[in-house]
Design a protein around this ligand. Structure first.
Ligand code: ZN
Length: 153
């Protein structure tokens, strides 16, 4: 196992070699995806404690801390239509199906975040493409948890 480039493996294949439907569904269902694992280890590096897959919270965020009321979603750029992201390019076949499906995902994401925020949670969406850049990820997470700096939990 090459330890040097975990990031390369999380990149989607090119759209002209599309995954089969079942491969895609397998991906969307999977918990503990590579990007999630990387985000968790970055959070551990910041000394933060959290729970994975908080099933009792609205939207079941991938990572959450109920005491400090923050939640993080780790989103695949394709599945969650990351605006302006090259990983989110539209499929060239079954266009109607995908437009509808991805629009539904997006609407659900908006609802989940709104539901958490209405309960007083700070919510961060970490995109798959951001996770690929370790420094960028670190900065995004540090900014998100900056409210904790100087506090002892
Ligand atoms: Zn992206």
């Amino acid at each position: 196992m090459a330890k040097s480039s975990p990031v390369a493996k999380i990149l989607p294949r090119r759209m002209r070699e599309p995954l089969t439907r079942s491969q895609m569904m397998g991906r969307i269902r999977s918990k503990n995806t590579k990007p999630e694992v990387l985000v968790r280890s970055a959070l551990h590096g910041l000394g933060l404690r959290f729970r994975n897959h908080a099933d009792d919270l609205p939207g079941k965020p991938d990572i959450a801390n109920k005491t400090h009321k923050w939640a993080i979603f780790v989103h695949g750029c394709f599945w969650h239509s990351h605006a302006g992201c090259r990983l989110a390019s539209s499929p060239k076949s079954n266009v109607g199906y995908w437009i509808e499906k991805l629009a539904r995902n997006q609407a659900r994401d908006t609802e989940k975040i709104a539901a958490l925020e209405s309960q007083g949670y700070r919510v961060l969406v970490v995109w798959e493409c951001e996770v690929r850049d370790g420094d960028q990820l670190q900065r995004a997470l540090e900014a998100f948890v900056a409210f904790k700096v100087g506090q002892r939990s």
